[in-house]
Design a protein around this ligand. Sequence first.
Ligand SMILES: *Cc1c(COP(=O)(O)O)cnc(C)c1O
Length: 376
Amino acid sequence: MKERILLSLAHMGGTEKNWVDEAFRTNWIVPLGPNVDEFERRLEGYLGCGKVVALSAGTAALHLGLVMLGVGKDDEVICQSFTFSASANPICYQGAKPIFVDSEPETWNMCPIALEKAIIDRKKVTGKYPKAIIPVHLYGMPAKMDEINAIAQKYNIPVLEDAAEALGSQYKGKLCGTLGNYGAISFNGNKIITTSGGGALICPNNETAQRVKFYATQARENRPYYYHEVIGYNYRMSNVCAGIGCGQMDVLADHVARRQEIHDIYKSELSDIEGLTILDNPNCDFQSNFWLTTILISPKTGRTPDEIRVALEKENIETRLLWRPMHMQPIYQDAPYYGGNVAETLFNQGLCLPSGSSLIDEDIHRVIDAIKAQFK
Ligand SMILES: *Cc1c(COP(=O)(O)O)cnc(C)c1O
């Protein structure tokens, strides 16, 4: 059996262990500590704007983003339907109600037209506007942020970007995660860089970042005894995990470049196959990090994505179907949905290809050959 090729793996640069050893040497085996401060400083340097708070997960970052935007019981929050459940679940943690919106076919992300329809209709139905909007930069592809932000501003609704998969992606020269009011990124094991598990919330300024840190450390008021005026969370990143993150910052740019290179190899080798399309940047305003390279398989080919997945599995190659939209999930079957069948069609026709930055060209060509063999 040939060696297994996985979709996306943790990829260490080499210096991570020094930071972790330093945490052990100084006995900073706790949440908070010098590695956490350094990791936040490095992320801020990379992003070029905003204040960063390192947290235990991308999901925690999204949750605290909603807390900061004042989302509470009986509020409504608009969320892209075509995404991973972690984009939407924090809405429910707050006792609020998710309203799902379809994607547009160019970026596969939140459709601005469906977004505005949803806002207008929710106002009609409930008498008030949704409290926040969560667009997602899925698979690293930036959403149409100018259009989304313009609508958000028109109705005075804040934007919380789910940039969990999009660290290093750019929209009109600006990094994803810095394009809305708040931005969430993930350092889960399969993302662009990892801290084994972790996330960060990108905040507009120091004051909001301090407040996020307060919420993330059990909301302890500044008194000599434990005193609480609001509900807090235990969401801070550990100093050990942040050490891995500090080392990963050395290789972040390389990881992004490698994933983009892998996408280019797939594009040049697979574009000739009739009925197969690769998601690409719609124009130069969009610079995806291509966290995962994704393809669509037209029904005209007579093949389904799942058949291709099973066939590649036999070659010991891992691929994955696209995210099943939230409005098609049992947990969200009663949530209002605005749009058509774009997300549903993408789900029915799409497949994610192995794209990890540690993959060598030979691995990618093995995947390409296995796919080509399916369309002979
Ligand atoms: C990974 C991911 C998250 C959650 O991040 P975690 O760090 O795993 O909690 C949220 N949204 C999207 C789109 C993701 O891919």
